[in-house]
Design a protein around this ligand. Structure first.
Ligand SMILES: *[C@@H]1O[C@H](CO)[C@@H](O)[C@H](O)[C@H]1NC(C)=O
Ligand SMILES: *[C@@H]1O[C@H](CO)[C@@H](O)[C@H](O)[C@H]1NC(C)=O
Ligand SMILES: *[C@@H]1O[C@H](CO)[C@@H](O)[C@H](O)[C@H]1NC(C)=O
Ligand SMILES: *[C@@H]1O[C@H](CO)[C@@H](O)[C@H](O)[C@H]1NC(C)=O
Ligand SMILES: *[C@@H]1O[C@H](CO)[C@@H](O)[C@H](O)[C@H]1NC(C)=O
Ligand SMILES: *[C@@H]1O[C@H](CO)[C@@H](O)[C@H](O)[C@H]1NC(C)=O
Ligand SMILES: *[C@@H]1O[C@H](CO)[C@@H](O)[C@H](O)[C@H]1NC(C)=O
Length: 634
């Protein structure tokens, strides 16, 4: 009659076997701190292991899994709750409305294997706790609001087989996650940029789709210096078999893998050209002998060999300061697009030894090789003035025309004036604006004195150095390299009215552009963004000079000046003076514009005092100023 004592004991044992109270408390604490739908009822008189969504180990001594998908959980995951479940192996809280970051104490859950948090509103940087979970095999954080970079330390998760990060706001470049265990991978629909690392290019295109600017791997190739000119199948086969897999991985870490492929193509091209050239007659190359100063360190790019072998397709250095690299170094450099302009694309190239240069890839060059070389040598020779960005080297082949110049990390005047106004940026004060105006004027006067028309003067071609007096003009004198129909004729907003008709930039049209630049410094307005006139009787949109004219015609009003300048007392007189200089430069009649040298003198007269208290300001008095002989219009 008595119940079997053994059975009772067993039942008792079962009922008593219970995870430690800390785990029970942790779960209750999690649920009580996380608003949720009333469906989840954890009966406090029942065993923890019987609660909905809770799984224990077979002995019922510890919680090993928590699954509450689609349970209507809302809000942040509270800290010091789930982290008290030391045996947790599976955590699924997907398809809820959890928000905020993952608590950092998740790093205590060192046995976690599967984490499913997709389809929530979790945010913040990639959870730092995740790379510290050594047993992680599947991680799904997709469809959340995570931002920032994907950490390289994911490489520590040597058991990871599935990584799902799609549909977040992750940015930066994709680290080389090199895990053999990884079989599923998805980072689509984030804001990633840069190249797909070689270690991940086995995954399909849809793993990477919908990002900001990812390239390479299964995606379209990254923008290189040298385009892939319709690669022949042999060429690509050759290059991929020519490099060991290890080498490729190593190189891809440095980000240059695509460039290597192109290098191979280029070499093939060169060999081909060399052969063809040997068959041809020695071409007539009638170059002016380079002046002694114009032969750089790589003067051994022996111009003597020109014509009878492939030597001509090498990087030719100009100017005094020598760089110590060659074309192959350049091709191996990691490159970043700085901008696309009317003459081509500019890249910032970081060579393996850390040297940083700007490489301009010119498009639609019409000049023949001798003309190109002659003209570029001329440009290189004049660039020995602090306010002119020196050209360092060039490269000319049938398919590629490159110019190499110094890289100035401080960026352009355009970025300084117009970049991110308001947000914590220190406004450019009057003295610095005046000094940059002076520098631009001196640079232009120097070019004109050497007989070179800038042709494309604008704020983004005024590059800054730490010292505003050393701001330098870039991208000058390139017009003769292009055919009259494609020639860049100064950017809209800076283009003198007569240039539209004559298709020709002149010294006087440069002065017009300089005037617009001065107006830009004074008004803080971008000339290539037309200004809308409030009135209504005139046409709605005018260019910057006409807008300034319309404002000042009524009265000399402070309204025309950049609001950021109005906080500096006692400079209005100088500002008005510079405005008058600018207005004389933007006269519609070319002949009534002053010469660049005169403009320099006028600016000196107006703002000469601005730098007097500053001992470094060179030649403020004007004696040493590079005021060239008045240049004639070509
Ligand atoms: C909780 O569990 C006990 C016994 O396991 C049961 O008697 C009670 O009805 C349950 N309460 C609820 C609200 O389900
Ligand atoms: C759980 O039971 C297994 C045998 O089924 C045993 O080896 C193990 O030590 C037990 N674990 C604990 C914590 O009691
Ligand atoms: C996490 O682990 C550390 C050290 O192992 C410990 O000091 C801390 O109390 C733990 N935190 C939680 C919430 O368990
Ligand atoms: C995502 O996070 C950003 C801030 O990081 C926030 O502005 C945005 O509202 C969030 N989006 C959602 C859907 O929560
Ligand atoms: C990853 O592992 C390396 C060595 O294995 C270690 O030095 C590094 O601190 C680890 N990183 C993280 C985030 O755990
Ligand atoms: C990616 O974008 C960031 C900022 O948007 C930028 O700093 C970085 O240079 C970019 N990287 C590449 C490879 O384009
Ligand atoms: C990656 O995720 C996106 C968006 O959810 C999906 O469309 C795509 O098919 C996924 N690709 C892979 C390889 O899983």
């Amino acid at each position: 009659m008595d119940p079997n004592p053994l059975l009772l004991l067993a039942l008792l044992a079962l009922a008593v076997a219970e995870p430690p109270p800390t785990e029970r408390a942790a779960l209750l604490s999690f649920l009580s701190q996380t608003p949720h739908e009333s469906r989840i009822k954890w009966n406090s008189s029942a065993s923890t292991c019987d609660w909905v969504g809770v799984t224990c180990d077979p002995n019922r001594t510890t919680v090993t899994a928590l699954r509450l998908p689609g349970a209507g959980l809302v809000g942040p995951i509270p800290a010091a709750t789930l982290s008290h479940l030391p045996s947790l192996r599976i955590l699924s809280l997907r398809s809820n409305r959890l928000s905020g970051p993952l608590p950092s104490d998740f790093s205590n859950l060192t046995l976690l294997r599967n984490v499913y948090l997709q389809d929530n509103l979790l945010s913040g940087p990639f959870p730092p706790a995740i790379p510290l979970l050594p047993r992680l095999t599947r991680l799904d954080l997709s469809a959340n609001n995570f931002s920032g970079e994907i950490p390289f330390s994911l490489n520590n998760l040597t058991r990871l087989s599935g990584l799902f990060l799609q549909r977040n706001h992750l940015s930066g470049s994709l680290p080389s996650i090199n895990l053999n265990s990884l079989t599923s991978f998805n980072v689509s629909y984030n804001a990633l940029n840069g190249s797909v690392p070689r270690s991940l290019d086995r995954f399909p295109e849809s793993s990477f789709a919908g990002n900001l600017d990812l390239c390479g791997g299964p995606l379209p190739p990254c923008a290189p210096f040298f385009p892939a000119p319709a690669p022949s199948p042999e060429a690509s086969a050759k290059s991929s078999s020519g490099l060991s897999k290890k080498a490729i991985i190593g190189i891809s870490v440095a980000g240059g893998v695509f460039v290597v492929l192109l290098l191979a193509l280029l070499l093939i091209c060169c060999v081909f050209r060399r052969r063809r050239r040997r068959r041809r007659d020695k071409p007539k190359v009638d170059l002016p002998p380079p002046p002694p100063a114009a032969t750089g360190v790589v003067g051994e790019t022996s111009r003597s060999g020109e014509g009878d072998d492939g030597e001509t397709n090498r990087l030719v250095f100009v100017g005094k300061r020598g760089y110590n690299f060659d074309l192959e170094d350049l091709l191996r450099a990691s490159a970043e697009v700085l901008g696309k302009g009317s003459v081509g694309t500019s890249y910032k190239a970081v060579l393996e030894d850390g040297t940083t240069v700007v490489v301009k890839r010119l498009k639609d060059v019409a000049a023949s090789k001798p003309d190109f070389e002659g003209h570029v040598e001329t440009i290189g020779r004049v660039a020995d003035h602090v306010n002119v960005l020196p050209l360092r080297a060039y490269y000319y082949s049938k398919d590629e025309k490159l110019l190499v110049c110094d890289y100035l990390p401080a960026g352009s005047l355009s970025a300084l004036i117009h970049g991110s106004r308001g947000s914590g940026r220190t406004p450019l004060d009057w003295e610095n604006r005046a000094r940059i105006a002076m520098a631009a004027g001196r640079g232009l006067a120097h070019l004109h004195s050497a007989g070179i028309v800038h042709g494309n003067l604008k704020a983004s071609n005024v590059l800054l150095r730490d010292d505003p007096d050393s701001a330098a003009l870039s991208d000058f004198g390139l017009s003769p390299l292009f055919s009259p129909s494609t020639v860049p004729r100064a950017s809209a907003g800076y283009r003198a009215p007569e240039v539209t008709a004559t298709l020709k930039t002149t010294f006087k049209s440069d002065v017009y552009s300089l005037g617009v630049l001065l107006l830009e410094l004074l008004t803080g307005r971008a000339p290539n963004q037309a200004v809308t006139v409030g009135g209504g009787d005139e046409e709605g949109v005018v260019d910057l000079p006409r807008w300034v004219q319309s404002v000042v015609r009524e009265e000399w009003t402070a309204e025309v000046f950049d609001a950021e300048l109005m906080r500096y007392p006692g400079v209005e007189e100088e500002m008005v003076g510079l405005l008058q200089v600018a207005m004389s430069c933007v006269s519609t009649m070319p002949d009534s514009r002053p010469d660049a040298g005169e403009v320099v003198r006028m600016i000196e007269n107006v703002v000469g005092r601005a730098g007097d208290d500053d001992g470094n300001a060179p030649s403020r008095g004007g004696s040493g100023a590079p005021t060239p002989p008045a240049a004639a219009t070509p």
